[in-house]
Design a binder for this molecule. Structure first.
Ligand code: AMP
Length: 458
C-alpha cells in the first residue's frame, strides 16, 4: 500500500514525502483509514512502529476544515488533545505533529512539567488546535483556566499502559470528564492489561482493534548478551567494554536514580563522556543530555526506565542493562531502543547471582533462551522471535499487519504490574520519583469502583 492510497490530503502527503516515508507502516495502514472514517481506535503498538503518524496524520486531515491563519485566539481552540506519560514522549510527539502539519495553518503546542508555566500559559492563551500534554501539568493549566476543552474533537491516549503504571489514572479521569462525549478517542498501548481494557471500555465507543505485533516480542536483529558479574565488578566491566571499543555508544539502564548518578560519575572519572537522564534532573538537563547523546557528543547515556520510555534514538548500537529490570516487560521496552529500522543492535545485560530469577522471567516472556556467560568469553545468542516491521525501513511493512478479529489481545492473560497507581494526585515529578523508587502501589481497579465497594486493605 502507498501513502497516496490512504485518503490523506495532498498537503499532508507533501510533508510525509519530505520525511522520507515511502510506505505506511502496518499500524498506519490500519489506523489511518479508520481514524479518517471517524472510528474510535484501540491499538496495540509500541514506540518504533510509526504509531505517532498513525494518529497524527488522519487527525490533521480531519482538522483541515478548521485550519485558519486568524490571529484571534478564539479561532484556535484546542481540538485535539494527545496525552503522553513522559515529557520526552510529549516533546517527540509535538515535534512530529509540527513536521507533519508544517503546510497547514493549524497550531501545535505542548505542555509538560519540570519547566516554567508562563510560556505555556502564553501559548495556550494565544490558541492551539493540537495540544500534546502530560496529565499533571495539563491539570495545572486547567486549574488556572488557561485551557478549555469544550471544542475537543479528538482525544489520544498515547502509551496508555505506562500512564496507568505511573499513576495517572485519576488525572486522566478528571481530564476525560471535561472533554465532550462526542469526541473521537484513540488509545495506544504497548501492552494490554485488565486495567487498560477497563479504561477502553469506559472511554471508547465500539473501537476498531488493531494489533501490529505480538506482545512482548523482540526484533530478531538484536543480539542478546548476558554477562555474569558480581555487583561490585559491574562498573569495572562496563568501563572495560567501553575502553576496549567493544561498545561504541550505549544507552545504559540503571534501576534507580541514585545508581544512575553514581555510575555516570564513575564513568566520567574514567574519561568516558557520559550523562544521566532521570526524573530528578531538570527538563533542560534531560533535553540537553538526550541531544548530546543523539549528536554523538556523549558516549553513554545512563537512564532509568521512566526517563527512557518512548525515546526514539536512531541507530543506537547498544543497550546495556547495567541493572537487570525487575519487570521482564521492561527488558523488552529497554532493548527496543536498539535494533530499529532493521539495523543490528546488541543488548548487553549484567547478571549478578541475584538476577538469575529475572533472567528466567525474561526468557519466558520473550520465549527465548539467553546464554549467560562470564565476561571474558562473551557468548551471545541471536534473537529468533519474529517481530514487527522496523522503522525507517524503506521496505514494505505488510507482513506485520494483524488486525484483531475476535479480540485476540483481549484474551491474553492479565499480567499484573507491580507499579500500580496511587489515588491521590501527586505532581508529575513526584509520580516519577515514586515509580522509580517502587513505592506507588494501588490496584487501579479500585478507582473504577464506588468507595463502598473498594477492595479492603488499601
Ligand atoms: P513512532 O513509533 O511513532 O515513535 O515512530 C518511530 C520512527 O519511525 C520515527 O522516527 C518516525 O519518523 C519513523 N516513521 C514513522 N512512519 C514511518 C514510515 N511510514 N516510514 C518510515 N519511517 C517512519
Amino acid at each position: 500500500m502507498k501513502f497516496t492510497d490512504l485518503g490523506l490530503d495532498d498537503v499532508i502527503l507533501k510533508a510525509v514525502v519530505e520525511e522520507g516515508y515511502t510506505q505506511p507502516t502496518p499500524i498506519q495502514e490500519q489506523a489511518i483509514p479508520n481514524v479518517l472514517s471517524g472510528r474510535d481506535v484501540m491499538a496495540a503498538a509500541q514506540t518504533g512502529t510509526g504509531k505517532t503518524a498513525s494518529f497524527t496524520l488522519p487527525m490533521l486531515h480531519r482538522l483541515l476544515p478548521h485550519a485558519n491563519s486568524s490571529t484571534s485566539p478564539a479561532k484556535h481552540p484546542v481540538r485535539a488533545l494527545i496525552l503522553t506519560p513522559t515529557r520526552e514522549l510529549a516533546a517527540q510527539v509535538d515535534e512530529s505533529a509540527r513536521r507533519y502539519g508544517k503546510y497547514l495553518p493549524l497550531r501545535v503546542g505542548c505542555v509538560y512539567g519540570g519547566v516554567p508555566m508562563p510560556p505555556q500559559v502564553a501559548m495556550l492563551r494565544a490558541g492551539v488546535e493540537v495540544l500534546v500534554a502530560t496529565p499533571g501539568r495539563l491539570l495545572d493549566h486547567v486549574g488556572t483556566n488557561a485551557v478549555r476543552f469544550s471544542s475537543i474533537e479528538f482525544l489520544v491516549l498515547d502509551e496508555a499502559d505506562r500512564m496507568l503504571d505511573m499513576g495517572f489514572l485519576p488525572d486522566i479521569k478528571r481530564i476525560v470528564d471535561l472533554i465532550p462525549a462526542s469526541r473521537q478517542t484513540l488509545l495506544f498501548s504497548a501492552t494490554y492489561s485488565e486495567d487498560i481494557r477497563r479504561v477502553a471500555g469506559a472511554w471508547l465507543r465500539d473501537p476498531v482493534k488493531i494489533e501490529v505485533a505480538a506482545r512482548n516480542t523482540v526484533v530478531d536483529t538484536i543480539q542478546h548478551t548476558v554477562l555474569e558479574v558480581s555487583e561490585q565488578d559491574k562498573s569495572r566491566q562496563l568501563v572495560r567494554l567501553l575502553h576496549e571499543g567493544k561498545i561504541t555508544q550505549a544507552l545504559v539502564f540503571c534501576n534507580t536514580k541514585i545508581g544512575a548518578n553514581r555510575l555516570t560519575r564513575h564513568l566520567q572519572t574514567k574519561n568516558v563522556d557520559s550523562e544521566a537522564i532521570h526524573s530528578d534532573r531538570s527538563q533542560i538537563e534531560r533535553t540537553a543530555a538526550l541531544e548530546n547523546f543523539k549528536a554523538n557528543k556523549t558516549k553513554v547515556l545512563v537512564a532509568t526506565d521512566i526517563a527512557a520510555r518512548g525515546l526514539d534514538i536512531e541507530q543506537l548500537p547498544y543497550v546495556v542493562n547495567y541493572d537487570l529490570p525487575h519487570n521482564a516487560e521492561d527488558y523488552v521496552h529497554r532493548i527496543g531502543r536498539t535494533g530499529r529500522a532493521g539495523q543490528k543492535g546488541e543488548a548487553i545485560s549484567f547478571c549478578t547471582p541475584e538476577d538469575k530469577e529475572s533472567v528466567r522471567a525474561i526468557e519466558k516472556l520473550i520465549n527465548k533462551k539467553l546464554e549467560v556467560s562470564a565476561p571474558s568469553k562473551t557468548e551471545s545468542t541471536r534473537g529468533t522471535v519474529p517481530k514487527p516491521a522496523p522503522m525507517r525501513s524503506r521496505v514494505p511493512h505488510k507482513s506485520g499487519v494483524k488486525t484483531a478479529k475476535a479480540d485476540s489481545f483481549f484474551s491474553e492473560p492479565y499480567q499484573p504490574s507491580d507499579r500500580l497507581s496511587e489515588t491521590s494526585a501527586p505532581t508529575v515529578d513526584h509520580k516519577e520519583a515514586l515509580l522509580e523508587t517502587g513505592v506507588n502501589k494501588k490496584p487501579i481497579a479500585a478507582l473504577f469502583m464506588p468507595p463502598s465497594v473498594k477492595p479492603t486493605g488499601e
